[in-house]
Ligand binder design. Structure first.
Ligand code: PAF
Length: 302
């Protein structure tokens, strides 16, 4: 058989998938060498790439769908990257529903899954530093020191391995997209970064792999974050920026939520703004803990 499988459980699972959908079968590879062979077979085709840490939801699937529309061949990666977790407990807790992910990728007609082990991606004692300027130290960077070094490290490696024409990232991780664009620009990497809209639950909660950790009660509380962002959006041009932020913060702080930040910034620099007309793209961003689960969300205001 033509497919590269990495453990028995998934072999059984893939055999089931074959029954489910006999027209296309997700190909799974785990090494850089296999990816090189695959790239040789796909020569001349445009490659769309959706890097993920698994626990796939409709947000990821929308990226795959867009990639399929815009490219000849779509690669998804699942790799829970240890270097971007500054809290070992968070890494430990990160959901890893492998079988469910494989089924989703199969149903989405993704062409290839790259699912490496940690030692395939990192050499022992490897160190890394990329100058990301201020972006590394504000908002997410301030609350998760080292996070964006880990993100750029793994995304650069994945780009080298997959050699995509386009790579797709969700707007929910607004700052991450900026960081990756900066890396691509700085290193002159031959890949286009495509930012795709945040996909939300019907009730407004931004889809996130971490949402599985929320109890029903916490899920209800978490809705306050999107409500607060929407309240800011409705205040544009009506109230001052400072008042809009104050009201939105009050909404969050009236609940059992631990707010980390809620800001309205220039989308190009992430610097605070004080006037709605101050920049081309204005964005409101929030990060908070609901119970033990840390959530982020944002809305573009202009
Ligand atoms: O957004 C994510 O899931 C991760 O940060 C990414 C881009 C896959 C890098 O590990």
């Amino acid at each position: 058989m033509n497919y590269i499988l990495w453990f028995g459980k998934s072999v059984r699972f893939l055999q089931n998938l074959r029954v489910l959908n006999s027209f296309s079968l997700l190909k799974i590879i785990t090494t850089k060498a296999q990816m090189q062979q695959e790239l040789a077979m796909q020569q001349g085709k445009s490659i769309g790439f959706v890097p993920t840490m698994g626990a796939l939801h409709n947000g990821h699937l929308s990226l795959i769908e867009q990639s399929k529309q815009e490219n000849d061949f779509t690669v998804c990666s699942i790799f829970v990257n240890p270097t971007q977790f500054n809290d070992p407990a968070d890494l430990e807790r990160y959901p890893r529903p492998v079988d469910a992910d494989l089924k989703k990728l199969q149903d989405a007609n993704c062409d290839l899954l790259f699912m490496p082990a940690v030692d395939e991606m990192y050499a022992k004692g490897e160190t890394w530093h990329m100058d990301l300027g201020d972006l590394e130290h504000v908002l997410e960077g301030a609350f998760r020191p080292g996070h964006y070094q880990g993100v750029t490290q793994v995304v650069k490696k994945l780009f080298d391995i997959v050699q995509p024409t386009r790579a797709y990232f969700g707007q929910k991780d607004y700052q991450q997209v900026m960081v990756i664009k900066k890396m691509v620009e700085t290193l002159n990497l031959p890949v286009s970064i495509v930012r795709c809209s945040t996909v939300r639950e019907q009730d407004g909660l931004a889809m996130s792999s971490r949402n599985v950790h929320l109890s029903n009660e916490e899920h209800q509380l978490a809705l306050t974050l999107s409500s607060a962002l929407n309240a800011i959006k409705e205040s544009v041009g009506v109230e001052s920026v400072a008042i809009a932020i104050e009201h939105a913060k009050a909404l969050i702080l009236s609940k059992d939520i631990s707010l980390e930040y809620l800001v309205v910034v220039d989308g190009a620099t992430l610097k605070d703004i004080s006037d709605w007309n101050q920049s081309k793209e204005l964005v409101a961003l929030v990060a908070a803990k609901v119970g033990k689960t840390r959530l982020i969300d944002n809305v573009v205001l202009s």
